[in-house]
Design a binder for this molecule. Structure first.
Ligand SMILES: Cc1cc2nc3c(=O)[nH]c(=O)nc-3n(C[C@H](O)[C@H](O)[C@H](O)COP(=O)(O)OP(=O)(O)OC[C@H]3O[C@@H](n4cnc5c(N)ncnc54)[C@H](O)[C@@H]3O)c2cc1C
Length: 307
């Protein structure tokens, strides 16, 4: 079914980045449609940290307050649906949702986040976001001075190691059966007092997501309170590719300082376009996006009105 209404902006993804973009747009009287299917990436974590005024709140509470505040802006509409496809049709974007409906807008904002590809190692999924974590700023303080592991490739391990070592003296690194470090990298880790365990990982033993041990395939059991895991990701949707948006070498949607993708009229914000993965960054980039979309539309209106 085709909807006649032309929105100023459609936002695909209604979590922190999408709602932040919508706030700037709603406050600018822009007709905005948020399309969201309700699966933010941090939903398994009991408490979210390091976002000013909401430190330690549940992820759901932060989203709930945001949604409530957005409700004050009558030009912002919400659709609980999955966006399936999007394309440009002359001056408009056409978005198709899972209920086979079609929506039109002048600008398109991609705020769909990323999907973590969790490994099948027993115990990993149950502990993800609870004691298996991705970032020292989000959860490191809660595990300060605890027995800590890092499971990542060499580059990410070397990035994380000094940050984690600053929080606790008890750190070991897992390579899961691979030889990932060269001599210089090994020396750096040794200088930090970090052990390297190169055996394959068998399972993560836990109680309700709280890590107890990592059991290696050679039978060794390593007592651990937390594990930093750097895992691969994919995009929730291929819509940015359908539109022709370029990706960075790391797989993020490429944006400029104004959150513009390489396709005119298409913006991206939040995790899908930045490796700095945090609620604060999602809110920041969303806010910039909303302002930039409004600026483009305002300039367009101004020039159109000129004789
Ligand atoms: C386990 C875990 C714990 C974390 N803890 C913290 C923390 O303590 N502090 C912190 O600052 N950060 C934390 N983060 C990072 C933070 O959660 C993210 O940076 C933030 O959620 C990114 O916001 P976003 O809006 O870009 O994406 P998300 O929050 O992931 O939201 C994307 C939204 O888009 C929707 N969507 C996707 N595809 C479609 C589609 N095709 N159609 C419609 N809707 C779609 C999804 O359903 C979802 O609602 C954590 C992340 C993880 C994974």
């Amino acid at each position: 079914m085709e909807h006649n209404q032309l929105f100023d902006a459609i936002i695909i993804g209604g979590s922190y980045s999408g709602m932040s973009a919508a706030l700037s747009l709603g406050r600018s009287l822009r007709k905005t449609l948020i399309i969201d299917d309700g699966k933010p990436c941090n939903r398994s974590t009991p408490h979210s940290h390091n976002f000013l005024t909401r430190d330690g709140a549940t992820p759901g509470y932060i989203a709930e307050v945001a949604r409530e505040q957005l409700g004050a802006y009558p030009t912002v509409s919400w659709l609980n649906q999955r966006a399936m496809h999007a394309k440009r049709d002359h001056d408009m974007f056409v978005v198709e949702t899972g209920d086979n409906k079609i929506w039109h807008s002048k600008r398109l904002i991609l705020a769909a986040g990323i999907k973590d590809l969790l490994p099948g190692t027993p115990g990993f999924v149950d502990s993800w976001g609870i004691s298996v974590i991705h970032c020292p700023y989000c959860h490191g303080y809660e595990f300060r001075e605890k027995r800590t592991g890092i499971w990542a490739d060499a580059e990410r391990t070397l990035h994380l190691a000094p940050l984690v070592r600053n929080l606790t003296a008890d750190v070991c690194v897992f390579t899961d059966g691979k030889t990932v470090f060269d001599g210089e990298q090994r020396n750096k880790l040794r200088q930090l007092g970090i052990r390297i365990l190169e055996q394959e990982i068998g399972s993560l033993e836990h109680e309700n997501g709280r890590l107890k041990h990592i059991v290696l395939k050679d039978g060794q059991s390593v007592p651990l309170d937390t594990l930093y895991a750097a895992i691969p990701f994919e995009h929730h949707t291929a819509i940015h590719r359908e539109l022709g948006c370029v990706e960075t070498a790391q797989g993020y949607i490429q944006v400029d300082a104004f959150q513009k993708t390489t396709v005119p009229g298409v913006f991206a914000c939040g995790d899908n376009s930045s490796g700095m993965r945090s609620v604060a960054n999602a809110v920041l980039t969303g806010s910039v996006t909303g302002a930039m979309v409004n600026k483009e539309l305002a300039d367009e209106g101004l020039f159109a009105a000129m004789p």
